[in-house]
Design a protein around this ligand. Structure first.
Ligand code: ZN
Ligand code: ZN
Length: 307
């Protein structure tokens, strides 16, 4: 299985319809797991697709519309009932913290595991979290209320060791990490062996950008330029462009225009209006502008980068 994958848990907008759930996505990167938005029913979807929660330590909530967080309190409560002990980090609008606390205040006890809440500032791009191999930035979106997208970008990877050179130059095991980081090697004879003789270029670093909910906004292009996979909401078809504008949402065509302008590798569209039972017309509309477009559908797993 690929080490960087996205699973769609919920693909619909405001109300559940046509077997589609409100928005939630599960992103796995090596040993880390990230939940992106947590619409109602998210934990049922985690169960349905046999997704383990043990490494789920970071939850990102884009904004305070209920279709993006109504599943959160239920999930937190299940963590409690499952005797979770380790810490959980939640990144979201400041108001969300109050809701989480209130829920605990009105029941019998506080959350029995540490919850660290990290409020978004909604002022430009912020680094929200990072570990050794990935960094997560906010993406400013234009919606009816303050809303952030999220950019998951792998950090530059270590150079690859050329195995035959290790023996040839007498490199010891404890010196390998410094060489992978780009250092030269001083042989026992005192000769300096250039890093280029010991290593090959590292693998590329891949990125995933999540943009929901937003009106059509060309300012977005600069933030998602060249990402490998872009998720962009497509609540409506083009014939409802006026409605999209009024509600601060986008059409499938507009999502594709952003993907094309930003020269991304693949576009995933989602956050569909409940008025669409079938989604093929949204897909066709987007593909006319940006051919490498796919539909977000419950249970679908995307590799990052796209194969
Ligand atoms: Zn929404
Ligand atoms: Zn919204």
């Amino acid at each position: 299985m690929a080490e960087y994958t996205l699973t769609i848990l919920g693909s619909n907008s405001a109300v559940p319809a046509h077997d589609r759930y409100p928005t939630a996505q599960f992103l796995k990167h090596k040993q880390s797991s990230f939940l992106i938005d947590c619409g109602e029913g998210t934990q049922f979807q985690l169960n349905k697709y046999h997704i383990k929660r043990g490494n789920l330590n970071h939850i990102f909530i884009s904004h305070m519309h209920g279709d993006h967080y109504f599943g959160l309190v239920g999930l937190l409560n299940s963590f409690k009932l499952n005797n979770r002990q380790h810490e959980l980090h939640i990144y979201g609008p400041p108001e969300l913290d109050a809701i989480i606390r209130l829920q605990a205040d009105y029941t019998d006890a506080q959350w029995p595991y540490p919850i660290f809440f990290h409020p978004h500032s909604f002022e430009g791009v912020e680094v929200l979290m990072e570990n050794d191999s990935i960094r997560v930035h906010s993406i400013p979106l234009k919606h009816k209320i303050p809303c952030n997208g999220f950019l998951f970008r792998e950090k530059p990877k270590l150079r690859k060791i050329v195995a035959s050179s290790m023996e040839k130059y007498g490199v010891h095991h404890e010196e390998i990490l410094a060489i992978k980081k780009g250092g030269d090697f001083v042989a026992a004879s005192g000769e300096v062996i250039a890093n280029a003789l010991l290593t090959e270029d590292s693998s590329p670093s891949y990125s995933y950008a999540y943009c929901s909910d937003t009106m059509y906004d060309e300012d977005l292009v600069q933030y998602v330029q060249g990402v490998d996979v872009l998720y962009h909401e497509a609540t409506f078809k083009s014939d409802s462009e006026d409605k999209a504008l009024l509600r601060f949402h986008s059409t499938a065509r507009q999502a594709a225009l952003i993907a094309k302008a930003a020269n991304v590798g693949q576009l995933i569209i989602g956050h569909y209006s409940a008025k669409y039972k079938k989604l093929d017309e949204l897909l066709t509309e987007a593909r006319e502008i940006f051919p490498n477009t796919e539909l977000a559908l419950e249970g679908k797993v995307f590799d990052i980068p796209a194969c």
